[in-house]
Write a protein that binds this ligand. Structure first.
Ligand code: UD1
Length: 417
C-alpha cells in the first residue's frame, strides 16, 4: 500500500515539464498489434498503466522494450491469446486489445476491462459496432470471446461521442474490407494521435479529431512511428496547482489549444495566465473569483479535470456551481474535501461549492485516479499534514508526480508500506 504525505501551504516556483498523454499511449500500445512491422513510440510516460500494458504485450508474444521514454515494439510473433483478469481488471484501456486482435487475427478473448469506478462505464458501443462489422461475440461469465470471418467497413453512428469506442472502432476498421465511417465520433486530441500512428503504418484514416472519421481498409500495414502528445490532463492539474500556490510557475511542453477550456476558466477566476509557445505561466492572484464548471466532451471542460478543479473552487470567494455530465460517480471525493474544511453541497452529478474555505490537513483516500489529483491539490493548499491513502490510483496517470512537485518547492513524500 502506498500513501502520500503532504506538508501543505508551500509556495511553488519554477518549471514542471509535461509527459506524454496517458490516454494516448494506452491506445497506441495495443494499436501496434495491427502490424507485423516494427513500431517506435516516443515520449512515453513511465506510469503504471504503461508498465501493465508492456506486461500484457509480452504475454501475447510481443518483443517490446522501454528505454528513455521510447517504446520499441516488434509484434511479428504475437498470438491472439486470452487477456486474463489479472491484467484486464487493472486497466480500462485493455478494451483496445479487442479492436487490434480482432483486426489482425480475427479472434480476441479477454476478461472484462477494469479501470476507475466513476460510473457504470458500459462498452456496448464497442461491442455493438464490432457486431455490426461482422463479429460474433459471446459474452461469458468471465469475459468475451470474439471471432470474425470478414470485418466489413460500414457506417457506425454513436449516440454519444465516446473516446474509447471511437478509437477502438478506428483500430478495428484499419484492416477491414471497405470503408468505415464513424459518425458522431469523439474529437479528443488523443484520437488524432492514434490515427497519426496508424497512418504512419500505412492506414488510410481521414478526419480524426473531427466529428466524422473515414477509414478505408487496407490489406496490410508496415512499420509505424509516433510521438505521444503532451498529457493535457497532467498539464491542467499542474496549472490548477500553480494557480493556487505559484509565484512565477511554469508548465512546459504543452499544446495550448488542448487546454483552452481550463485556461479560460482560470482567467475568469482572476488567475494571470501567460502563454508563450509551449509554455504556460501562472501565479496565484490575491483573490479568486467564483466560476461555474460544467464538464463535457472535448473541446469542452474535461471530466478528468473536474475533480482537481473542484478543489480549486473551494478557494474562490463566493459560490461556484459544478456539474459533471459524463459519469455518474465523479463526486466521491467531495466528502473528503468537506472533511478537510470545504463547504460543498453535493447532489447527484452536481455540487454547490462555497468559498473561500481554509482547508486543514487530514487523512483522506484517493477513491479513483482524478479524485487522487483532487486530494493532492487539497493537501498542497491545506494547513498542516495531509495523508492520502490508495495512492496507486494517482500513480497510474501521473509520471514522477512527487519529484516534479518537490522540484518546484512542494513537500511531498511517497511512502510504500
Ligand atoms: C476516456 C478516458 C477517460 C475520460 C473519458 C471521457 C481513456 C483510457 N480514458 O474513457 O480518462 O474520462 O474518455 O473523456 O482514454 N459510454 C457508453 N457506452 C460505451 C462507451 C461509453 O454508454 O460503449 C458512455 C460512458 O458510460 C460515459 C460516456 O459514454 O458516460 C463517455 O465514455 P467514453 O468517452 O467512452 O470514456 P472512456 O473511453 O471510458
Amino acid at each position: 500500500m502506498k500513501k502520500l504525505v503532504i506538508e501543505g501551504k508551500r509556495s511553488l516556483k519554477g518549471e514542471v515539464h509535461i509527459s506524454g498523454a496517458k490516454n494516448s499511449v494506452v491506445a497506441l500500445i495495443p494499436a501496434s498489434i495491427l502490424t507485423r512491422g516494427k513500431c517506435v513510440i516516443k515520449n512515453v510516460p513511465d506510469i503504471s498503466d504503461v508498465r501493465t500494458l508492456i506486461s500484457m504485450m509480452k504475454e501475447l508474444g510481443s518483443k517490446i522494450t522501454f528505454d528513455k521514454e521510447i517504446l520499441t515494439i516488434d509484434n511479428s510473433e504475437v498470438k491472439p491469446k486470452r487477456i486474463n483478469e489479472e491484467y484486464a481488471s487493472k486497466i480500462r484501456a485493455s478494451y483496445y486489445f479487442m479492436g487490434s486482435l480482432l483486426g489482425r487475427y480475427h479472434h480476441a478473448e479477454m476478461s472484462f476491462p477494469g479501470g476507475c469506478v466513476i460510473g457504470s462505464r458500459p462498452i456496448d458501443f464497442h461491442i455493438n459496432s464490432f457486431k455490426k462489422m461482422g463479429a460474433h461475440i459471446e459474452e461469458k461469465l468471465d469475459g468475451f470471446v470474439m471471432d470474425v470471418d470478414v470485418f466489413k467497413g460500414i457506417d457506425i453512428f454513436f449516440d454519444f461521442p465516446s473516446v474509447g469506442a471511437t478509437i477502438n472502432v478506428m483500430i478495428a476498421s484499419v484492416l477491414a474490407k471497405g470503408t468505415t465511417r464513424i459518425v458522431n465520433a469523439a474529437r479528443e486530441p488523443e484520437i488524432e494521435n492514434v490515427a497519426d500512428f496508424l497512418n504512419s503504418m500505412g492506414a488510410h484514416i481521414k478526419g480524426a479529431g473531427g466529428g466524422t472519421i473515414t477509414i478505408e481498409g487496407v490489406e496490410e500495414l508496415g512499420d509505424g512511428e509516433v510521438e505521444v502528445i503532451p498529457d493535457r490532463i497532467e498539464a491542467g492539474t499542474y496549472l490548477i496547482i500553480g494557480s493556487l500556490l505559484g509565484t512565477d510557475f511554469k508548465v512546459t511542453g504543452v499544446v495550448e489549444e488542448h487546454l483552452i477550456s481550463l485556461i479560460s476558466k482560470l482567467k475568469d477566476a482572476g488567475v494571470p495566465v501567460k502563454v508563450t509557445g509551449k509554455t504556460i505561466r501562472v501565479s496565484r492572484p490575491k483573490h479568486l473569483k467564483p466560476v461555474n464548471i460544467k464538464t463535457t466532451v472535448y473541446p469542452g471542460f474535461p471530466t478528468d479535470l473536474g475533480q482537481p478543479m473542484s478543489t480549486f473552487l473551494t478557494q474562490c470567494e463566493g459560490m461556484s456551481l459544478f456539474e459533471e455530465t459524463i459519469y455518474e460517480n465523479r463526486l466521491r471525493h467531495i466528502p473528503h474535501l468537506n472533511n478537510m474544511g470545504a463547504d460543498i453541497k453535493a447532489f447527484d452529478k452536481s455540487a454547490i461549492i462555497n468559498g473561500k474555505t481554509d482547508l486543514v490537513g487530514r487523512k483522506v483516500k484517493a477513491t479513483d485516479l482524478r479524485a487522487g489529483a483532487s486530494m493532492l491539490v487539497a493537501g498542497m493548499i491545506a494547513d498542516g499534514t495531509t495523508i492520502i491513502y490508495n495512492i496507486e490510483h494517482l500513480l497510474r496517470g501521473y509520471e514522477r508526480i512527487v519529484s516534479k512537485l518537490n522540484n518546484v518547492g512542494a513537500n511531498i513524500e511517497l511512502i510504500d508500506e
